[in-house]
Ligand binder design. Structure first.
Ligand SMILES: C[S@@+](CC[C@H](N)C(=O)[O-])C[C@H]1O[C@@H](n2cnc3c(N)ncnc32)[C@H](O)[C@@H]1O
Length: 408
């Protein structure tokens, strides 16, 4: 199976995510949205894999290294963390990404309601953290630290390079120097002026305003070596391309736009994953930080809620889950959500209607791999030992999986 197929639809992989992640190409994922083990919060084997907290944080670091590699330069990362480990997880994420928010999901319902208050020796934490981060330098906002901006450009490529190259290419073609551009835009007649610093250079690049773009077009056409016309593209066209290249982030006053959230927790039901995240919360993240058709990656898929939300919103999805029981549950739930989306079409009202794909979601088979799709660095091919179907019947549930099931 070609690697492109793995990232081209809805895929579930039953394997340790640290085995799977190296098989993904660089810069292939638009949104990493994941809920890793918390470290000794749940009395389940998957939450007790590490000797101590330091080993857990080192493991988070290995994940971050892979996430940094597979996430696109304008992609977004959301990682849940328990109250006890949140600060340490955030520090580790901050070594690899620019942390933008520590979102606090406050839960009305939960075990804290039943706590014996008089016996407490410290306050109860009725919340989970969700760390929101982007690639360093992604929004053209590299910090002024020595060598930092250059390292961002070199390591990650530059998100706005196509636009910057267009503007600077036209300037060079017209034979106009940067100081003259400053003057035409009303900035100081030095290399320190805004146009020279921000419209043509890679560090802290900005899109010129419509007025400045028009002024530079007039200048280039007046001074150009007869090889014009220059800057023929409309400013509105550049602005749209700029929006497409930027990290998506779409909130309005009608949806949660602060970093304190109060989505209701998932009510108990038979077969519920002990850490099932509410679909409304996951949908909010997906709508805010991705576009229709984007690829969402959840390395700890559990019961598949992220996948369900992603397919209903018309996104592609890759889920990874180590436990065969939960992979089977996720497979069933995502397949049902995919079938529903195929009937109703994507449910993303946050997209302006002209940008929304019309008609039903393209039919998309969910593939479940029992081993990681094997990567072949030469041919970029992947293969799998077996594909979807048999786990869906529940036959693959084993003793190990049963012992992982919910104890609460
Ligand atoms: C916190 S739960 C995620 C629950 C999920 N958010 C949901 O809504 O159902 C973490 C999940 O990660 C799985 N897991 C633990 N270690 C893993 C690993 N190394 N690779 C893949 N999955 C793993 C566990 O089996 C568990 O189902």
């Amino acid at each position: 199976m070609a690697r492109e197929e793995v990232i081209g639809g809805q895929t579930l992989v039953l394997v340790d995510c640290l085995t799977f992640l190296p098989t993904l190409p660089d810069s292939s994922v638009d949104l990493v949205l994941t809920d890793p083990p918390y470290f000794r919060v749940k009395n389940l084997p998957w939450d007790r894999q590490w000797e101590d907290a330091a080993a857990f944080i080192a493991w988070i670091g290995r994940l971050c290294e892979e996430w940094q590699r597979v996430l696109k330069p304008n992609g977004s990362l959301y990682v849940f963390a328990s109250p006890k480990m949140a600060a340490r997880v955030e520090c580790e994420v901050g070594r690899w990404f620019e942390v933008l928010n520590r979102i606090r999901w406050v839960k009305e319902a939960g075990w804290h309601q039943k706590a014996e208050k008089e016996a407490l020796r410290s306050y109860v934490s009725p919340w989970e953290e969700c760390i929101f981060a982007e690639q360093f330098g992604a929004d053209s906002s590299a910090k002024g630290e020595a060598g930092y901006g250059a390292a961002c450009d070199e390591l990650r490529g530059f998100v706005f390079e196509p636009l910057r190259a267009y503007l600077d290419g036209e300037r060079l073609r017209a034979g106009v120097d940067k100081v003259a551009c400053n003057v035409a835009c009303g900035f100081s007649a030095t290399m320190g002026g805004m146009a020279a610093r921000h419209y043509f250079g890679q560090s802290q690049w900005q899109l010129p305003t419509a007025e400045h773009y028009a002024a530079m077009r007039d200048l280039f056409n007046a001074k150009g070596n007869g090889s014009g016309p220059f800057l023929q593209r409309e400013h509105e066209d550049l602005r749209r391309e700029y929006e497409d290249l930027r990290r998506p982030f779409a909130v309005t006053a009608d949806v949660p736009y602060t970093d304190v959230w109060d989505f209701p927790t998932v009510q108990a039901y038979k077969g519920k994953h002990p850490c099932e995240k509410p679909e409304a919360l996951l949908s909010h993240i997906i709508k805010t930080s991705s576009r229709p058709g984007d690829l969402v990656l959840d390395c700890f898929a559990g019961g598949g809620s992220t996948g369900c939300a992603a397919v209903k919103l018309g996104r592609r999805f890759i889920g990874v889950e180590l436990d065969p029981h939960w992979a089977a549950v996720a497979e069933r739930r995502i397949a049902a959500a995919t079938a529903q989306a195929a009937l109703t079409g994507p449910q993303d009202e946050s997209q302006p209607s002209q940008d929304r794909p019309s008609g039903p979601t393209p039919k998309c088979e969910l593939r479940l791999f029992h081993t990681p799709p094997r990567s072949d660095p030469v041919t970029s091919q992947t293969s799998c030992a077996s594909t979807a179907g048999d786990l869906g019947s529940g036959t693959a549930r084993d003793d190990h999986a049963s012992s992982h099931r919910q104890t609460e």
